[in-house]
Design a protein around this ligand. Sequence first.
Ligand code: AP5
Length: 223
Amino acid sequence: MKILFLGPPGAGKGTQSKLIAEKFGLCHIAPGDMFRQEVKAGTELGKLVEGIMARGELVPDDITLKVIEKRLFAEEARKGFVLDGFPRNIAQARALDALLEKSGEGLDLVINLVVPEDELLERARTRRVCSVCGKPYNLRLDPPKTPGKCDVCGGDLITRKDDREETVKERLRVYNESTRPLVQYYAEKGIVVSIDGREDVGTVFSHILEEITRKGLVPEEAV
Ligand code: AP5
């Protein structure tokens, strides 16, 4: 199963794609998470992308593609993968098509999460992430049991640098200019489904599962 999540910043791509990957034992591939890990580890790549991400801009395509290609053909992706945050422009989508052509199998389904801008800004304002394991929280709807501490590992909760209001607005501008055209790109291939991402996490998840089932993608052992 090869699934791709599209949607603006804060639409719930990370939340839902991780749930789907977990349910079906798929490899979760998210360049945003990978870049944040590099920044945290202080690697050369991390130093290169830190400022770009903090400004809400896209990391150059050649760097992003190198990171993605490694994961796409790794052993843990053999059963399938869920792409979260890649591709983000038409050039990346064409590069992905070319990579998948090598394996003879294209994407099965593209889930486009739709959430209005005022809700996206509110989600960014109230998001905190664990500084140790990266688990996201929403202070309004899904607060940690102990304020400021991760439920899973006890790590300190922090605000992502790119969740400052000005940066979120820039990320939304970049999304509208570069990433939104991908909805049409995949609609022309007949594989995109739009889902209302305003509902609660469980409801959105069940709508995504319905689409996966409708497409006949559920492996027999998971039924
Ligand atoms: P990335 O990490 O991919 O960020 P993003 O796409 O901007 O998305 P977010 O992580 O903000 O939101 P999300 O849609 O995953 O929502 P989430 O589930 O977290 O990218 C960061 C940066 O990396 C980019 O700006 C760029 O610089 C670089 N980058 C990444 N990919 C790249 C690429 N391909 N090319 C070049 N550069 C790239 O949820 C958000 C919040 O809402 C959370 O608090 C969550 O708890 C809450 N929430 C989730 N679902 C719901 C719900 N149904 N109801 C209420 N709250 C919800």
